[in-house]
Design a protein around this ligand. Structure first.
Ligand code: 5GP
Ligand code: MG
Length: 175
């Protein structure tokens, strides 16, 4: 029987909203010379993606990729399974990969490799959260919302065992 549940607020809904607006402004500036294709990594990026899209306006295309890292409870063992990759056609596009959080880095590195294999014009990355203390694979982050300490967080799209994605803020999982 597990007792884990959201505890202390790490980032409030207001803090997140302000930061997403800043990220969107930076992305809009950098993308001024052409259309952008966002590739969102399911499922954790859904809430972040929705808020980013509203701030970016209509000058983007959106595609999705599914990534599951094999995890023991709250930590990755480095293996990543990607779904829908066969349907990615990103040749010649300026691609922005959007994910919720970079932890070990395995997921973002695997998605980036898959994108690069399709021959895009450019690839950039955007994550809401960065947990650098746990990195195992080097990954370049072009846009990053916040750095988090080595704690497991939930809310704003991030789950624990499928729960808590709908919290409007980001909280530390306690229990
Ligand atoms: P990585 O492959 O970088 O280790 O892990 C990336 C994925 O693990 C993220 O997309 C996310 O789904 C999950 N993950 C990593 N850290 C956390 C965390 O603190 N909270 C939640 N809910 N998921 C996490
Ligand atoms: Mg994820």
């Amino acid at each position: 029987m597990s007792h884990e549940s959201p505890g202390d607020v790490v980032f409030s809904a207001e803090q997140i909203s302000r930061r997403v607006a800043e990220l969107a402004a930076a992305i809009r500036r950098d993308a001024a010379d052409g259309p952008l294709t966002i590739l969102a990594v399911l499922h954790g990026s859904a809430v972040f993606l929705a808020e980013l899209l509203k701030r970016l306006g209509t000058t983007v295309d959106v595609e999705f990729v599914e990534a599951s890292s094999y995890r023991d409870g709250t930590t990755s063992n480095g293996q990543v399974a990607l779904g829908r990759c066969g349907r990615l056609d990103l040749a010649g596009r300026d691609v922005l990969i959007v994910d919720d959080i970079v932890d070990t880095g395995h997921t973002l590195a695997a998605v980036r490799r898959a994108v690069e294999a399709t021959g895009p014009r450019s690839v950039r990355t955007c994550v809401l959260l960065d947990k650098p203390s746990r990195r195992q694979v080097d990954v370049a982050l072009d846009y990053c919302g916040f750095v988090v300490n080595n704690v497991f967080v939930v809310g704003y799209g991030l789950d624990y065992a499928g729960r808590y994605r709908g919290l409007p803020h980001i909280a530390r999982l306690e229990g």
